[in-house]
Design a protein around this ligand. Structure first.
Ligand code: AMP
Length: 543
């Protein structure tokens, strides 16, 4: 045999073939979507036709290859239609975070240069609020359950359902899209300044979608009933919608402002097997589950990421409710899944406490990516002790921010510098110690806010806890804990009780100097603790 350079097809990895597989092989499978008027159900056959109609309507409105089409929407079936309609026609899907400030919303729509904006009916007022600042938008499409366009000051505005009716259900997608062409973008909040844009390629999302279907990662498959609680405007809802359409997975989209009660109802009715959300979502679900008898027996994986999953919460889910927990780590810049904490086969024989320790780590690097953890003297020892910054590279890792000079600090030498401080144990499991900016430096030594938070959240009276470093005249910084007590315990547990609770778990100098009780902890637009706001609030504690 003559060995040449190339013996396999040069086949572009694009979303078109993912959509076509879903439509053709799973036409009977269901997509369930909670909308303002109730539960909407249809099949992948209907989905494929409506998605093609949307592409054809966008083309009629003048959308061309490379144009950005923004979405401003909850997790629902219309948003899912845009997820494939926009990239498959060669345009770029820009999922705008609906919870950002008006200033940031207009910044990112202008910065991305969105030509068309698809807006959920109930979110129209938020866009009306900023419409005079939007320079690039040529058309607004209002997504409503009704066919008629609801009254709006947006202009020109079109009704989504009317456009779809005029669209072509057989619209043919180009087969020659370059796999490296952009298919989507998402902005991530920066510590200071405007959000930063990440651009995803077809190839990156294709490979990421394959990755989350692997048995050793999330194992997403046709057999699942998948509930992405994580918003579709945040890091692609962790890639679940892309994988689900490809695999013919039943999707359950929770719609506008889903409460724990709504989510538990969907889990029961739709026999959800895999649900995904940030720790605050799971904590809120737990609170509702403890209040009543709910059937959650269908869940095979409670996927939790975006912030550290408290060990004690994992324990409650696994031991009290028999719900297998899957802790994962990622970033908007990593499409996002990069680490998943799945036990190795021989670890299953370990004792319960050791197993929980493993589950609470962020996990093993997923196949397809590479990592290193860089300490002060080079790569750290895999001893679970030495700390360093986590660096990642691979086919679904961004290599820059979109038109942003802040790229240089985050991306260098071919690696993404995550800004997360981690250790790696002898088995290769990564444990995040903290964000670099959240580590607390006291008397020249580091204190992990995450470890303290985890320990506090294991106290039976604590609902939520977040620990920050506050400037201190002697020690540079000292830890202060912000704590929300469970309603039944409010006023009954004091500062010293919690400090005593931590005493046998940490060195004395790690124990927070103050515990501040709050009604609620400020959160970011995606439900993480907003430490910046707490630092500002408490900055004079030791002054
Ligand atoms: P975002 O781009 O908004 O998804 O935020 C990414 C950041 O969230 C990461 O850099 C981490 O600091 C944090 N993060 C994500 N997953 C986890 C996790 N499982 N444990 C701790 N922090 C996490």
């Amino acid at each position: 045999m003559k060995v040449g350079i190339k013996h396999m097809m040069d086949f572009p990895l694009t979303l078109r073939s993912m959509l076509e597989r879903g439509e053709k092989l799973f036409p009977k499978k269901e997509i369930v979507s909670r909308t303002l008027s109730g539960i909407h159900r249809y099949t992948y056959a209907d989905y494929g036709q409506r998605t093609r109609r949307l592409s054809s309507a966008l083309q009629t409105l003048g959308v061309k290859s490379g144009d950005r089409v923004g979405t401003f929407a909850w997790n629902n079936h219309r948003h899912l239609e845009a997820y494939f309609a926009v990239p498959c026609m060669g345009a770029v899907l820009h999922t705008v975070n609906i919870r950002l400030s008006a200033e940031h919303i207009s910044y990112i729509i202008n910065h991305a240069g969105d030509k068309v904006l698809l807006v959920d009916e109930d979110l129209v007022p938020l866009i009306e609020n900023v419409k005079d600042q939007l320079g690039s938008v040529k058309a607004y499409i209002v997504m409503s359950d009704q066919k008629e366009l609801p009254p709006t000051s947006l202009s020109p505005a079109y009704s989504y359902e009317e456009l779809l009716q005029q669209g072509d259900p057989l619209y043919a997608y180009p087969e020659d899209l370059d796999e490296n062409s952009p298919m989507g973008m998402c902005y991530t909040s920066a510590t200071t300044g405007n959000p930063k844009g990440v651009v995803y390629s077809h190839r990156g999302i294709f490979l990421h979608s394959l990755c989350i279907g692997l048995a050793d990662t999330l194992g997403l498959s046709e057999r699942d009933s998948c509930l992405p609680v994580v918003p579709m405007f945040h890091a692609n809802a962790w890639g679940l919608p892309f994988g689900a359409v490809w695999y013919g997975t039943k999707l359950v989209l929770p719609g506008p402002g889903p409460t724990p009660e709504v989510l538990l109802g969907l889990i029961e009715q739709e026999k959800v097997t895999l649900a995904a959300g940030v720790p605050t979502v799971w904590l809120a679900l737990l609170k509702s589950m403890e209040a009543g008898d709910r059937d959650t027996s269908s869940i095979r994986a409670a996927v939790c990421g975006g912030a550290a999953a408290p060990r004690d919460m994992i324990k409650t889910f696994e031991t009290k409710y028999n719900i297998p927990f899957l802790h994962a780590y990622g970033m908007t810049e990593t499409a996002p899944v990069a680490l998943v904490s799945r036990l190795k086969s021989y670890q299953e024989a370990w004792d319960t406490d050791e197993i929980l320790d493993v589950r609470a780590k962020q996990g093993l690097l997923v196949p397809g990516l590479e990592m290193k953890v860089m300490g002060e003297k080079g790569e750290v020892q895999w001893d679970g002790q030495e700390m360093g910054e986590l660096l990642l590279r691979g086919p679904w890792i961004a290599d820059s921010y979109y038109n942003d000079e802040r790229s240089q600090t985050t991306f260098s030498d071919g690696w993404l510098h995550t800004g997360d401080v981690a250790t790696v144990d002898g088995e290769g499991f990564v444990k995040l110690v903290d964000r670099m900016k959240d580590l607390i430096k006291s008397g020249g030594e580091w204190i992990s806010s995450v470890d303290l938070e985890n320990a506090l959240m294991a106290h039976p009276a604590v609902f939520e806890a977040s620990v920050i470093g506050v400037p201190h005249p002697t020690w540079q910084e000292r830890p202060v804990a912000c704590v929300v007590l469970k309603e039944a315990h409010a006023g009954k547990v004091g500062e010293q009780d919690l400090r005593d609770f931590l005493a046998d778990k940490f060195a004395k100098w790690w124990i927070p100097d103050r515990v501040v009780f709050m009604d609620k902890i400020p959160k970011t637009s995606v439900g993480k603790f907003l430490k910046r706001a707490m630092r500002e609030m408490l900055k004079d504690t030791f002054a």
